[in-house]
Design a protein around this ligand. Structure first.
Ligand code: UDP
Length: 395
C-alpha cells in the first residue's frame, strides 16, 4: 500500500511540476511599469510578497515617463503632458510620499480662428467670443438660452451643445475633438466632454480638484521610488513568452491593452495615440502658457506644449525653450486613449466577461480596463487591488 501511495504522490508531483506549480518563483508578475503596475508592485512588496515587473519599453513609468532635456535642463513628458490633479486627499497624501509637488495650477489657452481665448469656457471666453460684457448671472442665462438639445444627450456633440450651445461648440470643441479622436464627435461618448468644466465665472482653472501640481524633478523619480527593491526587466514583451510568465507567477497583474491579452478574440477595440514633435526655440518664452490648444480642424496638431511653464518658479539655466506639437494618430501598438465608439462598447462587454473568467490574473489601469482614467484614478485602483489581495490572504 505504501509503495502504491508514494508512487502515486511522485506521479502527482511530476504532474504538478509539469503544470508549473513548483516553479512559481513569484507571488506576482506585473506586466507594465506604469502607475497601476508600479503602485501595485510597491504595495505588495511592503507586505513581503515576491514580485517581478516586466516592461516592454526600455524605461519605467509608462506614458508618464519624463526626462530632463540635456541641453536646456527642461523636464519633458515624453508621451504628452501630465498634470497631477485629484479631489481625493488620500491619493494626494499617498503620491506625496514619492515626490514633492510644486504649486502649479493648470490654465489653458486655445487658438480659435487665429484668436486666443481662455479655456475651459468661462466668463472671459463667453464675453470675448460674443463681444459682450455679461455678468456671471447674465452669462449663465445666456448659455441656457443657447443650449438646444432636448432629452438626454446621447453623444459628445449633443452633450456639448446642451452645455454651451452650437456656436461655442463649433468654435472650440468640434474641430479639436475631430482631430483628437479621428472621428465624428457624434460617434463619441458624451462622458468625454464632462472632463472639461463650463463656467460662467472668472475661474479659468482647467481642473476643479483641490489638489494639483507637477512633481519637482518630473515623474520618473516617482516610479524609481515606487519600484525601489522590486526587480524590473525592461525590454521584455510579455507576449513573447506569455506561458512562461504565467507559469512562474502565482498571480499575473496585466496592465496592457485588454484586446491584445485575449488575442483580439472578440475583435479589435479602437485606440487613439499621439505623436509628439519636439522642437527647440531660441525664444525664452514661446507662448507664455504650458499648453496652447488649436481648435481649428485645418491645423493638424491639437496643442503645443511648452513644458518650461509647468515650473513657473524654476530658473532654467538655458534661455532657450522647448515646444512640443501634439499630433493625434492611430497606432494600436502604442495605445494612449480608449476611444469608446458604439462598436467598442459592445466588444468591451465580451472582454470584461472573459476577464472575470480568467483565473489568477488581475487586470488594471487605462489599457486593461479600457477606461479614460486620470492618474489618480489608476493609483486608487492599484491601491484597492493591493488591499484586496491582503484581505483575501487574511481570510
Ligand atoms: N476638448 C476640446 N477642445 C479643447 C480641449 C478639449 O474639444 O480645446 C475636448 C476633446 O474632445 C478632448 C476632451 O475635451 O479629447 C478632453 O480634454 P482633455 O484636456 O481632458 O484631454 P487630454 O488632456 O486627456 O488629452
Amino acid at each position: 500500500f505504501s509503495i502504491y501511495f508514494s508512487r502515486r504522490s511522485i506521479a502527482l508531483s511530476i504532474l504538478q511540476m509539469d503544470k508549473g506549480v513548483f516553479l512559481k518563483m513569484y507571488d506576482f508578475v506585473v506586466v507594465g511599469a506604469g502607475f497601476f503596475g508600479a503602485v501595485f508592485a510597491h504595495e505588495v512588496k511592503q507586505t513581503g510578497k515576491k514580485v517581478l515587473v516586466i516592461e516592454k519599453r526600455d524605461h519605467i513609468g509608462g506614458n508618464c515617463y519624463s526626462y530632463d532635456d540635456p541641453e536646456t535642463g527642461i523636464n519633458i513628458h515624453k508621451y504628452g503632458p501630465h498634470i497631477f490633479h485629484t479631489p481625493d486627499k488620500t491619493i494626494w497624501t499617498y503620491i506625496n510620499l514619492f515626490a514633492e509637488f510644486n504649486d502649479y495650477r493648470h490654465r489653458v489657452k486655445t487658438n480659435a480662428d487665429g484668436k486666443i481665448y481662455s479655456l475651459p469656457i468661462n466668463l472671459a471666453t463667453i464675453n470675448q467670443f460674443f463681444n459682450l460684457n455679461l455678468t456671471p448671472e447674465e452669462a449663465a442665462a445666456f448659455l441656457k438660452a443657447k443650449s438646444s438639445v432636448v432629452g438626454k444627450p446621447a453623444n459628445l456633440e449633443d452633450k456639448a451643445i446642451s452645455l454651451i450651445g452650437r456656436e461655442l461648440y463649433e468654435a472650440f470643441i468640434k474641430g479639436y475633438t475631430t482631430k483628437q479622436w479621428g472621428c465624428d464627435p457624434r460617434d463619441l461618448p458624451a462622458a468625454i466632454i464632462n472632463r472639461l468644466p463650463v463656467r460662467t465665472t472668472d475661474n479659468d482653472l482647467y481642473y476643479d480638484d483641490d489638489y494639483q501640481g507637477i512633481p519637482i524633478g518630473g515623474y520618473t523619480p516617482i516610479f524609481e521610488k515606487l519600484l525601489k527593491g522590486v526587480p524590473v526587466e525592461l525590454k521584455t514583451d510579455f507576449f513573447d513568452k506569455r506561458d512562461y510568465w504565467k507559469s512562474v507567477a502565482k498571480q499575473l497583474v496585466y496592465t496592457g491593452p485588454i484586446d491584445r491579452y485575449f488575442n483580439y478574440r472578440f475583435g479589435r477595440l479602437t485606440w487613439r495615440s499621439i505623436r509628439c514633435e519636439i522642437e527647440k526655440s531660441p525664444l525664452n518664452d514661446y507662448q507664455s502658457v504650458s499648453i496652447m490648444n488649436y481648435a481649428d480642424r485645418e491645423i493638424p496638431y491639437t496643442r503645443i506644449i511648452e513644458p518650461k511653464h509647468f515650473y513657473p518658479n524654476q530658473v532654467h539655466s538655458s534661455r532657450e525653450t522647448v515646444i512640443i506639437r501634439e499630433y493625434p494618430h492611430d497606432d494600436p501598438s502604442e495605445p494612449y486613449y480608449p476611444v469608446g465608439l458604439k462598436a467598442d462598447r459592445e466588444i468591451l462587454v465580451n472582454y470584461q466577461q472573459a476577464q472575470t473568467n480568467e483565473r489568477n490574473v488581475i487586470f488594471g489601469g487605462r489599457l486593461a480596463e479600457y477606461k479614460y482614467y486620470d492618474m489618480y484614478q489608476v493609483i486608487a485602483g492599484a491601491l484597492q487591488q493591493a488591499r484586496k489581495q491582503q484581505a483575501a490572504e487574511s481570510d
